[in-house]
Every structure is written in C-alpha cells, then in structure tokens.
Design a protein. Structure first.
Lengths: 467, 209
C-alpha cells in the first residue's frame, strides 16, 4: 500500500516543481494533504495498522503514532507557509512546497521502515530535501547553513553507515530487518556491538538534534523559513528519535544494554547542558527555539538512559513536544513577518502589537518549561522520579540545576519579546491574527493532553515502551 | 597483487597529508578511485554483472573520474592553488598521519576478529582518521571537501572489511551517498565560492551564536 502512496506523493511533488501559479501550487498541496489523509484513514480504520507493506515497511504502533503527529503538524505547516511566502517569486514558492512534500514523504518512510538500511537511506533523503528548504532564501547565511548542513549530515550519515556495517558483521547475516537483527545480535561480540551503537548514535544525532552533532539542526532551523522549521524541529527530529529508538530497542536483548543506557544518559545530560547554556548565549529567537529542542531531546535521551518508566515518559515527552514546539515555531513565523527579524535584544512590545500571538508565545513558554498543566510536566516528573530511584541523586541534581537555568532563560527571553520596548521597524500590515489563533490551537492539543491523556494514547505508549 | 594495491593506498594516504597544491589533491583522489576499483575487482566473489556494474560505476565513474574532474574544475574556477601557508607544517601533518597509522594498526590488532578482514579494517580506519586530520588541520573549504572524500573512500574499504555480502539495498544506499558527495561538490563549485567569495573556512561564520 505504502508504495502506491509514495508514488502519488512523488508525482504530486514533481508536478509542484512545474506549477505555473500559486493557485496551482495551492491545489497540488491540497491534493497532497488529502492523499495523506486517505493514507492515514486507511492505516487507522482500513485494517492496515500493524500489518506489513511489501518487504521494507511495517505499520507498527510507534510509526503510526508519529505519523498521526506528522500529519497534523504538516497540515498547519502547509497552511502557514502559504501566508509566510506570499511575497516570494513563483519559482521559490513552488520549489519550497515541492521540497516540503518530499521531506514529509521521506519522514513518513522513516517512521514505517522495518529495515535498518531503509531507515538510513530515507534519513539521507531527508537531508537532501531539507537542504533545499534551508537554502530557500538564497542569501549568504542560508548558503553557509546549507553547506554546513550537507557536510555534517553527510559525515554523520557515513558514520552511521559504519555502525550498520559493524552490526551486520556481528550478526553474520545479510538480513537488515530490525526483527531479524534483534535475534541475530543477541550473542554478538560486545566490543563490536558497543562500537556499532556509538557510531549509529553519533550519526543519527544530527537528525535528533542531540549531542554531539546537534549544531547542524540549530543552523538548519535558523536558516529555513519558520514554518518549515516547525517541521524540521518536530517531524524530522521525531524521525531521528525513532531511528535511534529502534536501535535502542534492538540492543535491549543484548548483554551490552546497561552500557547502552549509560551512553544515552551521558548524551542526554550533555545535550541538556548544551541546550541550557546556549539558550542564554544566542541573540536570535529561532536559534533560541532550536536550542530548546536540543534541551528537550536531551531530556528524552535521559529518559531512555534511565530505562523503566523513563522510556514511557520519553515517548510521551516526544509526542507532546511535537505540538508545543511546532506551535512556537509557527508563532515565531508571525513575529518575523511583523518585525522582519528575530533579534532578541531589539524586538519587543509584542503584547500590544499582536495580543493573540503574545498569549500564544507565553502559553507556549509555560508548556515548554513543563509548568503544570503542561504535559511535559508529567513526563519530566516521571523521568526525575525514575532517575532518583534507579540512578541516584546525582542525575537528578544535574537535571534540576540545568532545568533551572532553562526556566530562567526562557522566561526572561519570552517576557522580553512581549514587554520590552521595541527598537525595530514594524510591518503592522503583516499581522494575521487568524494564523496566531491557528498556531495557538496546536498548543491547545498539548494542554488538553496535560489535563487528560486519552486511554488509546496511553495504551499505545504502553505497548511501545514494553520490551 | 591485492597487497600491492593496499600498500599503494596507504602511500597515497601518507602523501595526502603533506600535499599543499590542490591539483595534487585531485590527482590523489583519482588515484585512490583507481586503486579501489582494482581492490574491489580482486575481491569480487563471482562474475555477477549487477555487482560488477555497481563497482565500476561507484569506483571508476564516480571516484576516479567524475569527482576528480569536478575538483579540477573548482580549482580552475576559483584559481586557488595551495593550502594556506599559515596552517600546520608539512612535517607536523606527516607526523600526525604516521601516528594515525600506528593507532589504526594497534586498534586493528586489538579489535579485529575472524569476522573482519584485519588488513582492510586497519586501512579503512587509517583512511577515516586521515580524512578527519585533513578537515581539522586545514582551513580551506576545498581541503575539507577532500577530507570528506577520503572518509568516504575509507567507508568503502570498511564495507570490504566486513565478511558478509551486503544486499543490493546497501549498494543502492552507497550510491545515494555518492550522489550526495557530488551534490556537495556541485554546490561548492557553483555557489559557495561565487557568493561568499571565500577560500577560507574562517569566513563561514555568519551562522553561529
């Protein structure tokens, strides 16, 4: 089934590359979204759920959960992009939408891939699509960001490939299916297994935006148009998380699993530290939100590193972070249209300029900082309690210290945007309150989950975390 | 024959650490492509046309012909012929390269077991370390690109070190990786130098905190 949809998505994207008017692009992206909706409905209600499509794709719980999130976010991203790029030339406009379609299709493939090589290939494909989006403005800064993105991602993906090769050597078999590998590597050489995990984790860290290759995700978010950053910072980051999570699960039956968890814990703490420190250092709101992603993915990695209920909390954290971060990026896109920039020290008074947008940002601040009723409060609390039980006080102490820095910095910067006096030129005609409301609605999803987690969501995460 | 090619490959890696002219970098990358073709043909399990055509396309067409041609075109367009003189000296680079070779040999001795070919594993490791050394020590973007290509060649050798036969899927993935390299080179050639007017990675500092 998925191959037919891949063909449709690629054809629609190809047609978009040749669209002659905005209206045509609009129609094509509607067709694209409708095809995704049909795919999703077939997945959920047409009996495809938990089945296998061809040799390389399985519609498992985690893939389906992340796909639903991707679909919701992509609908918002496409609609916001249309307004955001209204002054662009038709060539830039259609290229952007076509690449966004291809990126979404590649991410969908990553979610459902049941083969380590397919995951790797599709992650590499996301690099190509994302690079085109990052270069959208054709400026020196975007060119530099694109160059760095391609260079580091390619190196990262090559490193991950080495890890896959080592894993194959350990398995002594040419099957690259996750289920087969899980059985084949149980008695593998521990040294090779450790080296393979480190290499794959390092390679995929550029997609999940965690230490060590996190910088490239920050640069990508900075250079890409803000609605696309919402996609990169959630859909693509989730793809990176899923690729790492599948490897993590693969190793859960091996004797090196305690070591794997220790590595995840260290990587998580380092990511949290980098995120916390760079949040203070940056002078750009988009980079600021990107470092917040690094910080949150650090917390997710800590959850995996702790294990037990931490794994459940980590997946729940990723789900809720998707809604919150995409909402914040879409809000910041409106900020950019009003101020024509993201400079933290210069722009302000947003509460008087666009009250809905400012409330959206302040609520987003509360949600991303895990203040109740944010759903992140639940996941962070669970991770901290499990850290105290399984890892001792030192992990908890470091986490609390770094999270305090994050809370202070995020509050300081967001309140500055809303209340400090503005020093930049305003473009008030660009205020679009409908888009502010629209971005706010994404946040409402997250806050509802904070109050009430549907049984179906809890059951799915239970099944994903049970291994 | 295989051992001769491996020794030639190691010599090319040592030589690349002391090279200062960009044309020599392009030549070494081309030579490495030819050597890899020879090694891959000698390691061919059977006369399978699909596998053979893949090897020829990857090593001969891409690594030995297209990529060096693009590098040469970059040199002609940018008219930058040498690495920066203020960079690390040839002697220090050579010493670092030799240290990397020794480290690779020691690591191979301790790591490799029956499932991995020790010679290929050691040389692949040395190639990857050489690529990293190039990227770290040299400041020009061109040299970084060459460093990346050396790493890619190392990855190719590493895949040969693994005893199991990789499915066509992995071969397709490698082709995608090469496509990526060519894309990077193309972008480098047509855009970076033209737009940023830089021959120095220090100038790529607009995107930072």
């Amino acid at each position: 089934m998925i191959y037919i949809f891949f063909a449709i998505w690629i054809l629609v994207a190809a047609a978009t590359f040749f669209a002659r008017s905005r209206k045509m692009v609009h129609s094509l992206y509607l067709i694209y979204l409708v095809s995704h909706a049909i795919f999703g409905l077939n997945l959920l209600f047409g009996g495809a759920y938990l089945s296998t499509s061809g040799e390389f794709f399985t519609f498992d719980q985690i893939g389906t959960l992340f796909y639903v999130l991707l679909f919701v976010v992509s609908c918002y991203v496409f609609i916001h992009s249309e307004e955001y790029l209204k002054d662009d030339t038709i060539v830039n406009y259609r290229n952007y939408f076509a690449l966004l379609m291809l990126l979404t299709a590649a991410i969908t493939g990553v979610y459902f891939a049941n083969n380590i090589a397919i995951t790797w290939i599709l992650l590499e494909t996301t690099t190509l699509c994302a690079a085109g989006i990052i270069y959208h403005r054709h400026s020196k800064a975007t060119l530099e960001a694109t160059w760095k993105y391609l260079f580091v991602c390619s190196t990262g993906i090559a490193i991950a490939y080495l890890g896959i090769l080592l894993l194959c050597a350990t398995a002594s078999n040419n099957s690259l299916n996750y289920n087969d590998l899980q059985h084949l590597i149980i008695n593998g050489n521990p040294l090779y297994l450790k080296a393979a995990f480190l290499l794959i984790l390092t390679g995929y860290s550029c997609k999940m935006e965690i230490f060590p290759l996190y910088t490239i995700g920050v640069d990508a978010n900075f250079a890409a148009p803000a609605p696309a950053s919402a996609m990169i910072s959630t859909g693509l980051v989730n793809a990176g998380f899923l690729a790492i999570f599948r490897i993590y699960k693969l190793f859960s039956t091996t004797e090196v699993f305690p070591w794997v968890k220790n590595v995840m814990l260290i990587i998580g703490l380092l990511s949290l530290m980098v995120g916390a420190l760079f949040l203070r250092r940056t002078n750009n709101y988009k980079r600021f939100l990107s470092y917040s992603t690094v910080e949150n993915m650090g917390i997710v990695a800590i959850g995996l590193g702790i294990g037990g209920i931490g794994v459940w909390a980590a997946i729940f954290h990723v789900v809720c972070h998707t809604f919150i971060k995409s909402s914040l990026f879409l809000q910041i896109a409106i900020v950019r249209q009003i101020y024509n920039g993201y400079r933290i020290n210069r722009i302000g008074d947003y509460i008087n300029i666009n009250k809905v947008g400012a409330i959206g940002l302040l609520l987003g601040m509360i949600a991303v900082l895990a203040f109740p009723p944010s759903p992140l409060f639940i996941s962070e609390l669970m991770i901290m309690m499990e850290a105290l039980t399984l890892r001792g006080w030192w992990v908890l102490a470091i986490m609390v210290l770094l999270i305090c820095i994050v809370i202070f910095t995020v509050c300081h910067r967001m309140i500055k945007l809303c209340y400090q006096s503005n020093q930049d030129e305003l473009h008030l005609s660009n205020i679009n309150r409908r888009l502010s409301y629209s971005a706010l609605s994404l946040l409402v999803f997250a806050l509802v989950i904070g109050f009430w987690q549907p049984t179906i969501l809890r059951d799915i995460i239970d099944k994903i975390a049970m291994f | 024959m295989l051992l001769t090619l491996i020794i030639l490959y190691i010599i090319s890696l040592i030589y690349i650490s002391i090279v200062e002219r960009f044309r020599n970098y392009a030549s070494i990358i081309a030579i490495q492509g030819w050597i890899l073709l020879g090694i891959a043909l000698l390691r061919l399990h059977s006369l399978d046309w699909v596998e053979l055509s893949f090897i020829v396309i990857e090593t001969l067409v891409f690594k030995a012909l297209i990529v060096p041609a693009i590098l040469t075109r970059v040199i002609n367009q940018t008219r930058i012929n040498r690495i920066r003189t203020s960079g690390t000296s040839q002697f220090n680079s050579l010493m670092l390269s030799v240290v990397a070779l020794i480290i690779s040999a020691i690591m191979t001795y301790y790591i490799a077991d029956s499932s991995i070919n020790m010679v290929f594993f050691g040389v692949a490791l040395y190639a990857m370390l050489s690529g990293l050394i190039l990227i770290v020590l040299r400041s020009r973007i061109f040299t970084h690109m060459v460093g990346f290509l050396v790493i890619e060649n190392g990855v190719f050798l590493f895949s040969m070190a693994i005893g199991v036969e990789m499915p066509m899927l992995i071969n397709a993935a490698i082709m995608l990786d090469i496509l990526m390299s060519v894309l990077m080179l193309g972008m480098f050639m047509t855009k970076v130098d033209h737009k940023i007017h830089t021959d120095d990675s220090d100038s790529l500092t607009r995107v930072k905190d």
